[in-house]
Design a protein around this ligand. Structure first.
Ligand code: AMP
Ligand code: ZN
Length: 472
């Protein structure tokens, strides 16, 4: 196997760093912030999950094992990330007149189907916050014991002033935040303090509430990810991912909790994806006009073409969504796949000499260098398009390389639908057979020509007549 160093951009250090897994057996532990399941995930959200699917595939291509946790937030995410407003799940309960569990079930199912359509490999663990309430309470009790919490009339809060370098992930200017937030602080000691446990206003109003040592209530959103991360992956998490919107609040608070609880750093590399924007604006909270992959498929947009469209932009960069860009990406995907189909029946490359082997290894290495450079997939796609035109490679060598690259790209480039031969063509082929039996050679040839005009080819072999697509 070819070896090449892996470099990943770490938001925390603001640098591309060489990546090595903490585990000696080469298992990489990844925590990915998953969806809040009160509503549909749209084509913008799905860009994030596709980016992290690529991360996982790149690591696996490098021969590493991956253990991936992606949670479902099914309680505690308020309409404002900063602990204000209503719980999104409770809001959905009122909107849809269904139980919170039914709502979670519905949106999880929809999301997982979207993942499948985009050929995203499912995570190793998919914990839900509501399945981890006991662990969350235990965790908060430790923070309380260590002196990081305080109580207000509506909840248990984390005191961010107890953390020396609070805000380091986002480079937050704490003094500035303090000056700008005096009015909205309510009972909080610092504007950046956040809820670990919120009290139910009155018991029985909420659908989702639990007993706790403090009061009946529900967990805050940030604590859920810290708890599930440690529970499933342990005290060292190699990589934590999420959208760029999570840097200043959600991930900043996760770091504060992790370090208060463990007395040391938990996450080694923080990675964040850029947003899919519409008219220069980020669209995150609601669908904002953006559709789901399922809806888009119904409109004729090929999901793997959408995946290809995502991959044309580096994961960290914003993407401006327009119908034209999307369609041109999907068309490029279709062309690419047709090209691969054309070469898939190419002549065998003959016996592979050491010299040929070296040429192929060279192309693999170039691809590996691109993907290991902070997942430079646009460059990797450029390499793939280059080999398709490369004269030094024959078709079977090209095909072999593309099949190998596709382990990372996940575009199903070498999976073709079964060819369905139309009834009309089958009938024409039978007529030709009849003519041949009767030794009416001219008629047989004429039918063959007609079949060709329809885009099909007839090949006679010892086993009989085979119908193939013309040009295949
Ligand atoms: P949400 O359900 O709003 O919490 O979003 C789920 C995930 O999608 C989070 O990791 C967000 O950072 C990410 N995300 C939300 N909107 C977009 C967008 N327009 N483009 C890319 N990622 C997004
Ligand atoms: Zn999270």
């Amino acid at each position: 196997m070819i070896k090449e160093k892996i470099y990943l951009y770490n938001t925390l250090t603001r640098k591309k760093e060489e990546f090595k897994p903490s585990d000696k057996d080469g298992r990489v532990k990844i925590y990915s912030c998953g969806p809040t399941v009160y509503w549909y995930q749209h084509v913008g959200n799905m860009r994030a999950y596709t980016a992290w699917d690529i991360l996982r595939r790149v690591l696996e291509y490098n021969g590493l094992g991956v253990e991936l946790v992606m949670n479902y937030t099914d309680v505690g995410h308020l309409t404002s990330d900063a602990d204000e407003g209503e719980d999104k799940m409770e809001k959905a309960v009122k909107r849809e007149g269904r139980t919170a569990e039914e709502i979670a079930e519905h949106y999880i199912k929809d999301f997982e189907l979207q993942e499948e359509l985009l050929n995203i490999i499912p995570p190793t663990y998919k914990p839900r916050a509501t399945e981890n309430i006991k662990e969350i309470i235990e965790y908060i009790k430790v923070l309380e014991k260590k002196g990081f919490t305080y109580k207000t009339s509506d909840g248990i809060y984390f005191d961010t002033s107890k953390i020396d370098d609070y805000g380091k992930l986002a480079n937050l200017k704490i003094e500035k935040i303090k000056a700008g937030n005096r009015v909205t602080m309510k009972e909080k000691k610092n504007p950046t303090d956040f809820a670990l446990w919120k009290f139910s206003e009155r018991e029985g109003i909420r659908q989702q509430e639990w007993e706790s040592p403090w009061s009946v209530g529900f967990p805050g959103w940030h604590i859920e990810c810290s708890v599930m991360g440690i529970k499933y992956l342990g005290e060292v998490i190699d990589i934590h991912t999420g959208g760029q919107d999570h840097i200043p609040v959600h991930h900043t608070n996760e770091i504060a909790q992790d370090e208060a609880y463990n007395g040391k750093k938990v996450v080694r590399v923080w990675m964040h994806n850029g947003f899919l924007r519409v008219g220069g604006e980020k669209v995150s909270k609601s669908k904002g006009g953006l559709k789901t992959i399922i809806e888009m498929k119904k409109e004729g947009y090929e999901p793997l073409g959408i995946r290809y469209y995502y991959l044309l932009t580096h994961y960290k960069k914003p993407m401006d969504y327009t119908k034209e860009n999307l369609e041109s990406g999907i068309n490029a995907y279709k062309k690419l796949k047709n090209k691969v189909r054309e070469i898939s029946n190419g002549p065998e490359g003959g016996k592979r000499t050491a010299k040929r082997e070296k040429v192929i290894e060279g192309w693999k290495k170039e691809f590996l260098k691109a993907i290991n450079d902070d997942l430079n997939i646009p460059k990797a796609i450029g390499i793939m398009n280059k080999i398709l035109k490369e004269e030094e490679l024959n078709d079977s060598e090209k095909y072999e390389l593309i099949k190998d690259y596709d382990k990372v790209l996940g575009l199903k480039l070498t999976e073709f639908d079964e060819v369905i031969i139309p009834e009309k063509i089958k009938k024409m082929a039978e007529q030709r057979e009849e003519a041949r039996k009767m030794k009416e050679w001219k008629k047989a040839d004429e039918i063959r020509e007609k079949i060709k005009e329809e885009g099909w080819n007839i090949e006679d072999s010892e086993e009989g007549t085979v119908i193939k697509r013309y040009n295949q």
